[in-house]
Design a protein around this ligand. Structure first.
Ligand SMILES: [Fe+2]
Ligand SMILES: [Fe+2]
Length: 260
């Protein structure tokens, strides 16, 4: 496992949260060591660069797929906000987060066009943007189905892990997008990428701070079990997501990436 990458993200999160996040750091480190998720293995990076360098159009598709992932994330967060009515602090953070992800989804479309202007035109850019989640005032209505606190914690743990994975992915994706970008777009592309990475640290931090305080007052052992189980789910989900690319483009060299 590439633990340096994880440690860098954890350090940025602690700095932003202005908290040593002792328990959170411990939970994340233990879960990542136990599960050894595929997306943190050096072989995963190697496969990424193999595809980026040898499959025409693959990079552009990957960047564009991030727009959908961010849009889905925004939708899930909005649904979570709609189903909580008993914790104003969390509701406010989750709604801010949902709006951020909706904005990110459009930024990824913009990035795709900036980095690959020959593959996506203005018309496609606008059509894609229109298909993504946009949070409007009329959506800000609470649902009849309010989740209990345990379900809320479970949802936030899953979000947190997803955010860590996104932040780790950005370290892989960012330099590649930058490398593919035409010379005259590079500085703008870099500014967008830095903004995206920073926002992910912000998203990880508020949930990390919540987890830290739950560990102080609640059952840390249970939280670790939850974190580890959800990370295992995420690891398997990433394998399923990578499977068709490994089979199509791996030239038989990356079967280990599909081992659970
Ligand atoms: Fe995001
Ligand atoms: Fe995020």
């Amino acid at each position: 496992m590439n633990s340096n990458k994880l440690e860098l993200t954890l350090e940025l999160v602690r700095d932003y949260a202005n908290n040593d996040l002792k328990h959170f750091t411990d939970i994340v480190r233990t879960a990542f060591t136990d599960v050894d998720p595929v997306f943190l293995r050096p072989r995963y990076d190697k496969f990424f660069w193999h595809c980026a360098g040898s499959v025409p159009g693959w990079m552009a598709q990957v960047v564009l797929a991030n727009a959908d992932a961010e849009s889905d994330g925004s939708n899930k967060l909005l649904k979570l906000w709609q189903s909580v009515n008993y914790n104003e602090f969390i509701e406010e953070k989750v709604l801010f987060h949902a709006k951020d992800e909706a904005r990110h989804s459009r930024l990824f479309v913009k990035l795709t066009r900036m980095a690959f202007p020959s593959l996506i035109g203005k018309k496609e850019e606008n059509a894609k943007k229109d298909s993504l989640v946009r949070i409007t005032k009329d959506m800000l209505i609470k649902s009849e189905f309010i989740v209990n606190e345990l379900t809320l914690i479970d949802n936030l743990v899953q979000m947190n892990m997803g955010e860590i994975r996104t932040r780790l992915h950005m370290e892989l994706l960012g330099p590649a997008i930058h490398a593919f970008s035409p010379e005259n777009s590079k500085s703008k592309v870099k500014a967008i990428l830095n903004g995206l990475s920073h926002d992910e640290v912000v998203h990880i931090s508020y949930i990390a701070s919540l987890i830290e305080s739950w560990c102080e007052t609640g059952d840390k052992k249970q939280l670790l079990i939850l974190y580890r189980n959800r990370l295992q789910d995420f690891h398997e989900f990433t394998i399923r997501q990578t499977e068709s690319a490994v089979n199509s483009y791996g030239a038989g060299r990356f079967p280990d990436l599909l081992e659970i």
